[in-house]
Design a protein around this ligand. Structure first.
Ligand code: CTP
Length: 406
């Protein structure tokens, strides 16, 4: 699923130096299949030429004078109404002030006033202008009217000073557009808890026991749920992966921390997906200072079991009914189907996704996976090798069906 494919995005660009970054944004959107209509204010056109935008979008970029040109007298209504999402990036203090007051004195502000779709506003200005009570009040007004204010970020400003006023980076804005487009999806209003990555069990302050899980499948599941409109809490073991925009991330390290985080969120959850590779054992004793090698010829570490999180989830579900649906994973090296069936029953799951982690193109730290899906009612589906993002959408299809049936 590509959420951007065929979607109409209106991108309003105003006169901040960050306008050059909007070229990258429109290029990325176009590469993802979106139809991007750029509207430049006169000030923006002094900084970046309309032709630059037209070259990357393959579509006409509109200028202020287009509002008055013959033959297109309803241009502003067309652009304002016929879009899936409307973003103003960068949004200067001046344009923000106009929008807050309902002033419509150029093509962009007319279109913004006519828009019926979610409006995303990404301010970019000098720190002093941003901090000015007038700007703050105007942003508050826009927010109260349901517009989403994205940023600004802190950092280097064009004035040479550092402070709050930088426009968010194009990739982050892309994430916000993706989120806005997903809002009406089939999982809208559903609360998902997704766990991802491996846990780390400390031996001493320096060393840990962990596993080879990268978190890629769990993060892909979180992203897919967001793309379909769900609210997502992502409980993640240590991971270098980029957090999907819109996910509430809870960083954890040990299996015990992960269990606490899961149980905390469970009462509100409709769906739990346990994609994390939770350590099964932890050192029986935690040593508070670094173990020195002179002190041990042979070092033996005794391990004790960690809590089985899905076991605790099953108990919670039998008491309170939440979560409605629980999905587990089975990482196996042999007897895939039999072991997965045992886990499905023992952990009282609705669905389990099993994969053979000894295969080089499935399992840990690769971008692909080959998964066997097993349902509680005995159904079984063998998915071919596919990207982890595709596996995530197949699992979401199954979850949607389970939610509808429950
Ligand atoms: N899991 C869990 N708590 C644990 C270990 C695993 O909730 N302490 C979850 C995993 O997130 C996964 C499922 O249980 O969804 C199966 O995990 P897996 O590691 O395949 O199986 P284990 O139950 O740990 O059994 P074994 O390691 O013996 O195969």
């Amino acid at each position: 699923m590509n959420i951007f494919q065929g979607k109409r995005v209106v991108l309003g660009v105003t006169g901040s130096i960050a306008a050059y970054k909007s070229v990258t944004l429109s290029s990325r959107l176009t590469q993802k299949g979106a139809l991007v209509d750029v509207i430049l204010t006169d000030a923006a056109a002094k900084l970046v030429n309309a032709i630059t935008f037209e070259s990357v979008t393959g579509r006409r970029a509109y200028r202020e004078k287009d509002l008055w040109e013959g033959g297109e007298h309803v241009l502003h209504i067309e652009l304002g109404e016929e879009n899936d999402v409307f973003m103003v990036a960068p949004a200067t203090a001046n344009t923000i002030a106009k929008m807050a007051q309902g002033i419509a004195d150029n093509l962009l502000t007319v279109c913004a006033l006519a828009s019926r779709t979610p409006l995303l506003v990404s301010p970019a200005m000098d720190g002093g202008m941003y901090a000015n009570p007038a700007t703050q009040e105007n942003l508050r007004i826009l927010e109260q009217r349901g517009m989403r204010i994205l940023g600004p970020a802190e950092g280097h400003l064009a004035s040479g000073l550092a402070g709050k006023g930088r426009m968010l980076e194009p990739m982050e804005l892309l994430g916000h557009l993706r989120l806005a487009l997903a809002r009406e999806g089939p999982l809208s209003g559903k609360k998902f808890v997704v766990t991802a990555g491996g846990t780390q069990e400390p031996i001493d302050p320096v060393r840990v026991i962990t596993n080879r899980s990268s978190g890629k499948q769990g993060y892909a599941l979180a992203r897919a749920a967001l793309d379909l409109g769900a609210d997502v809490d992502l409980i993640s073991g240590p991971s270098a992966l980029e957090v999907p925009v819109g996910a509430n991330v809870h960083d954890v390290s040990t299996a015990e921390e992960m269990e606490r985080a899961v149980l905390n969120l469970l009462p509100e959850a409709d769906v739990l997906i346990m994609a994390a590779a939770v350590a099964d054992y932890q050192p029986a004793k935690r040593v508070s200072s670094k173990i020195k090698k002179e002190e041990h010829d042979m070092l033996q570490i005794s391990l004790k079991p960690t809590p089985d999180i899905l076991h605790a989830v099953a108990e919670h579900k039998s008491r309170s009914g939440a979560p409605e649906i629980s999905v587990g994973f089975a990482a196996e090296t042999d007897h895939l189907k039999e072991n997965a069936e045992d886990k499905l029953t023992a952990k009282n799951l609705d669905l389990i996704a099993a994969n053979d982690v000894s295969e080089p193109d499935a399992g840990f730290d690769v971008d692909t996976n080959r998964v066997l899906l097993l349902w509680k009612d005995g159904r079984l589906e063998e998915l071919p090798l596919m990207k982890k993002s595709e596996v995530a959408f197949r699992i979401m299809d199954a979850v949607i069906e389970l939610l509808e049936a429950s």
